[in-house]
Design a protein around this ligand. Structure first.
Ligand code: GLV
Length: 311
């Protein structure tokens, strides 16, 4: 049998995670980072935000499972060996969750809920405001991968006008795709921009002063990808200058977001604590186990990470 290292200190329901991993990987030994005496037996790691200086001690590691969609938490580890394949979660339930989150924030924006919430704090009846209709709202998805496609599908079903910006050219039904230099027309055409980009050297601070200046004046930005995509001081300035521009932020450069952050207090900002795409436990562990069985059978497994893309 193999030994599995499990590490995660941030997710909800860690006890359910452990139970579910034990249920599927029932013939394997599951250890934690405290069991360093067994590190040489570890073949498989199921992790989220592993501390540095552990990976290099797992001399027999064959596969790393990311407990989420993102793999940046693994690639940033100082001693990650590029030869070890990484498998990330690609799950329909997570897709549904992230599409729900996106829809909720779009509705929040198009139905003026933030205005009503702010007027409630002042005990002030703000009066009728006309909502924007779905067919008149263009939602731009920045990053159209596995999860971005789930968002596009839900929004299309509800008659929104969906466009997307993607690194590589692609054909997607009912979604107008922009690539390369067309990013400016993508930004200018969107009433709502949803950033669902992975954290890579290419996506660092992509949403900066110039990007924000090209966005429609009374539009909204939803970030559910990674905090690295936003130049935070530029967004703060933009929000202070444009009171009818809204930001719905689920991810930040530094998490947890410090209580001293200026984002907390701005009336045109909504903050959630990295919950847009919570990993669904049962289907994800099942998925990991199916990949693990393949690895045992074939002695190798194709990594989900393309080192030249950085995600
Ligand atoms: C969450 O951010 C994830 O990568 O699943």
């Amino acid at each position: 049998s193999m030994t599995i290292l499990f590490h995660n200190t941030t997710f909800d329901k860690i006890d359910v995670w452990k139970k579910t991993i034990k249920k599927y990987f029932k013939n394997e030994k599951i250890i934690s980072i405290k069991d360093y005496k067994n590190f040489h037996d570890v073949n498989c790691a199921i992790i989220w935000n592993l501390p540095d200086n552990i990976l290099s001690r797992l001399k027999n590691l064959q596969v790393i499972f990311s407990m989420g969609a993102g793999v940046d938490h693994i690639l940033k580890l100082k001693n990650y060996n590029k030869k070890i394949p990484i498998i990330r979660i690609k799950d329909e339930e997570m897709g549904e969750r992230i599409a729900n989150y996106s829809l909720a924030q779009i509705l929040n924006y198009q139905l003026n809920f933030k205005i009503f919430q702010n007027s409630q704090i002042k005990q002030y009846w703000s009066g009728e405001r006309t909502p924007i209709d779905n067919k008149n709202l263009t939602v731009g998805i920045l990053g159209l991968g596995f999860l971005g496609n789930h968002i596009a599908k839900l929004l299309n079903k509800l008659n929104y006008n969906v466009i997307a910006y993607k690194k590589n050219r692609a054909k997607v039904k009912n979604v107008k795709i922009y690539t390369g230099k067309n990013i400016i027309s993508f930004i200018k055409s969107s009433d709502v921009i949803i950033s669902i980009l992975p954290s890579t050297s290419q996506t660092n601070n992509i949403i900066d002063k110039k990007f924000l200046k090209n966005m429609k004046k009374n539009s909204c930005l939803i970030n559910i990808g990674r905090g690295n995509a936003i130049e935070e001081k530029d967004l703060l300035n933009h929000l202070k200058k444009n009171k009818n521009f809204y930001a719905y932020l689920d991810v930040f450069k530094d998490e947890p977001l410090k209580s001293s952050s200026q984002f907390w207090k701005l009336p045109n900002v909504t903050i959630t604590p990295h919950v847009a795409g919570v990993t669904a436990i049962e289907p994800s562990v099942k998925y990991m186990y199916s990949k693990y069985k393949k690895l045992r059978k074939n002695k190798n497994i194709k990594s989900d990470v393309n080192p030249s893309d950085g995600y």
